[in-house]
Write a protein that binds this ligand. Structure first.
Ligand SMILES: Nc1ncnc2c1ncn2[C@@H]1O[C@H](COP(=O)(O)OP(=O)(O)OP(=O)(O)O)[C@@H](O)[C@H]1O
Length: 250
């Protein structure tokens, strides 16, 4: 579980995060949603340790990240897997080499152990046959799957996904959403996904934190989100035409 308490962050005097608290449970897909510019990415970066908050705490299974020693922070970082927007693969490395990269950087495994682990992760995301391909030779959806394999290769406990569906067609988006959810359940990960894709929210949002202008204004699940009478959330949901129709039918 990741617990954040009263997180605040300002840039040049402008408050971007205005005291956010939440609990992201293990073994479920947690989502941070909200309109553009509302602070979702800053919050995610704060949680993973890329932006230090001005105040507040972030606890990884009880370990307070920003009040830990560098050694302890490094240990937590090793337990984190990230799926970046746009996949962020190395263009000059094969699929296999991309997935192996974190093991080369951070593990003490032998070459044989690394090979087994990379092959296991690639087959878990359905890409065993694409190991020798270059990122430019595979589709956007396959690139995301490589990104997921790379994110879990270190046996991560925590999985962070920043807009995992950006640039994907609706059908491929569902495949990627379902893969993230399956992996979360299978390996009992604490997963946090930043998204503004309402389809994903409805598909896999087991816990949803809705942000508006730097505040948490609503939390709940995909089962309760359509019943909320929070105005900002309502406006966000109904910006999606399909959701308007769906809501009208209920
Ligand atoms: N390093 C930074 N320095 C100054 N301002 C920043 C910095 N990072 C983010 N901001 C500001 O913080 C605010 C929130 O940005 P953030 O990227 O978190 O929004 P978001 O909700 O993720 O938006 P989007 O959905 O468009 O990615 C914006 O006004 C942005 O300009």
């Amino acid at each position: 579980m990741i617990e954040i308490t009263n997180i605040k962050k300002a840039f040049q005097g402008k408050e971007v995060l205005k005291g956010i608290s939440a609990k992201f449970e293990q073994g479920q897909t947690n989502m941070i949603i909200g309109a553009s510019g509302t602070g979702k990415s800053v919050l995610l970066k704060t949680i993973v340790g890329l932006i230090e908050p001005d105040s507040g705490t972030i606890e990884y299974n009880g370990r307070d990240f920003y009040n830990s020693s560098l050694k302890e922070q490094k240990a937590i970082r090793r337990e984190i897997g990230m799926l970046f927007q746009g996949s962020a693969l190395f263009d000059s490395k094969t699929v296999y080499e991309n997935v192996k990269f974190p093991l080369d950087m951070m593990s003490k495994m032998s070459e044989g152990e690394k090979k087994d682990r990379v092959e296991f992760c690639l087959s878990r995301v359905g890409l065993a046959a694409a190991a020798d391909k270059m990122p430019s030779e595979i589709s956007g959806g396959m690139q995301k799957r490589v990104g997921i394999a790379r994110a879990i290769v270190m046996n991560s406990q925590y999985l962070f996904c920043d807009e995992p569906n950006s640039g994907l067609d609706p059908q491929t988006s569902i495949v990627i959403d379902n893969l993230i959810q399956e992996i979360t359940h299978e390996y009992n990960l604490t997963t946090i996904i930043v998204s503004h894709d309402m389809n994903s929210v409805m598909e896999i949002g087991q816990y949803i934190l809705f942000m508006y202008q730097g505040h948490k204004v609503w939390e709940g699940s995909n089962e309760t989100i359509l019943d909320s009478d929070e105005k900002a959330l309502h406006d966000f949901i109904l910006a999606n035409k399909l959701m308007q129709k769906f809501k009208a039918l209920r």
